[in-house]
Design a protein. Structure first.
Length: 379
């Protein structure tokens, strides 16, 4: 890897900043962010804040996740985009752009700018496989190079015995995995101070209202049942209704997906167990979901992994839960545009052993061995 490679990294949260800061050990890195908390954390590194300007970038933001989820309008997206471009043009030349996810307004702008100026990109995303991160040169999920060229997995060697041993360890680890907590509120307060002084604000919703709403939602008891594993059932894990997977990469939302899953369960004369996503905070969405209950349809709580392992079949939109089910030889029915949609067992093993990068999110620690994954991107 060449130390003289100059890389632009967009850090949109403290978690991303913790993950990406390790790359400066191997490359010349310039960080940009629209979060004052991130700026303060990364100093005295080379980090710049994205400041608002009164110009518009005339590109189509209708498929920006930020716009689709109501964080801001398309016109506001064009102003945010112009602010990003003006900052980029003041920073000089870069060989690479490192971007987390890339589906929001700022991420989409960076992707547009890099493509327009012939720069290379590397997109990152959580893989939901412990100590592994997804990295791809074109995007994540259904925007990735892997999605359009799954045959690249066929060129790698696999070790099935090694996979089986790993699977047993993975099964045990799922029982003890800890959930990484979100940033604490004072960091959001620091970000608000930045917005008052002209830093670009991508999510224009009232954070304090959202915080109160989240606290109130936690007090609401959902009508969930304990799963009865003596019954044969199809399992449907729901995704957050505003997730990029649902909004951008599927023609099915949670409601239409449940209706399709009910048809499958009826045809097979099986129960349908549905587990709402624990991070779903849209009460109107949850109300519509629970209205679809029938005698053979059960809304369940309990361990996600147990629900997968005891199911006859797993139905997903495009959640990585489907990939986990494949790992344990479960039949998986996919309705959305999942990046693993064209995986067979060999490709699935190759993906786990060869494509995922050996990095831990967000507490990433790079060394010479781990950094070697970048060789396949010619970095």
């Amino acid at each position: 890897m060449a130390k003289n490679n100059r890389i632009l990294i967009y850090a949109d949260s403290l978690k991303r900043a913790r993950f990406f800061k390790e790359f400066e050990r191997y490359f010349e890195v310039v960080f940009i962010t629209n979060k004052l908390s991130v700026y303060n954390y990364l100093k005295p590194r080379n980090v710049r804040l994205i400041k608002k300007i009164d110009k518009f970038l005339n590109i189509d933001y209708s498929d920006s996740l930020s716009v689709l989820n109501g964080y801001h309008s398309e016109k506001e997206a064009q102003k945010i985009g112009a602010s990003v471009v003006e900052l980029l043009e003041s920073l000089g030349e870069f060989e690479w752009f490192f971007i987390w996810n890339g589906t929001t307004t700022i991420g989409k702008t960076l992707k547009y700018y890099a493509k327009k100026h012939g720069k290379k990109t590397l997109f990152f995303e959580i893989s939901n496989i412990e100590n592994r991160v997804f990295a791809d040169r074109e995007g994540v999920l259904a925007q990735s190079y892997l999605y359009t060229h799954p045959e690249i997995l066929d060129g790698y060697k696999i070790d099935e015995d090694k996979f089986l041993k790993w699977r047993e360890k993975y099964k045990k680890s799922k029982k003890t995995q800890k959930v990484i907590k979100s940033e604490i509120p004072y960091e959001r307060i620091i970000d608000y101070i930045g917005y008052l002084f002209g830093v670009v604000r991508e999510d224009k919703r009232n954070y304090f209202f959202l915080l109160i709403k989240r606290v109130l939602n936690k007090k609401i008891s959902l009508p969930l049942e304990e799963p009865d594993f003596s019954k044969k059932y199809i399992f449907l894990p729901l995704q957050v209704s505003k997730d990029s997977q649902v909004r951008l990469f599927s023609k099915y939302n949670n409601i239409s997906l449940i209706k399709e899953a009910k048809k499958v369960a009826k045809d097979k004369n099986l129960y349908l167990y549905i587990k709402p996503h624990p991070a779903e905070d849209d009460l109107n969405e949850l109300k519509k979901v629970f209205e679809l209950k029938e005698d053979f349809v059960k809304f369940v709580k309990g361990d996600l992994f147990d629900l997968i392992l005891n199911a006859e079949e797993v139905v997903v939109n495009n959640s990585t839960v489907g990939l986990e089910a494949m790992i344990f030889d479960k039949k998986v029915r996919i309705f959305g545009e999942a990046f693993y949609k064209k995986f067979n067992k060999r490709r699935m093993i190759s993906y786990l052993q060869n494509y995922l990068t050996p990095l831990k999110y967000p507490q990433n620690k790079l060394d010479d061995k781990k950094i070697k994954f970048l060789k396949r991107f010619n970095l």
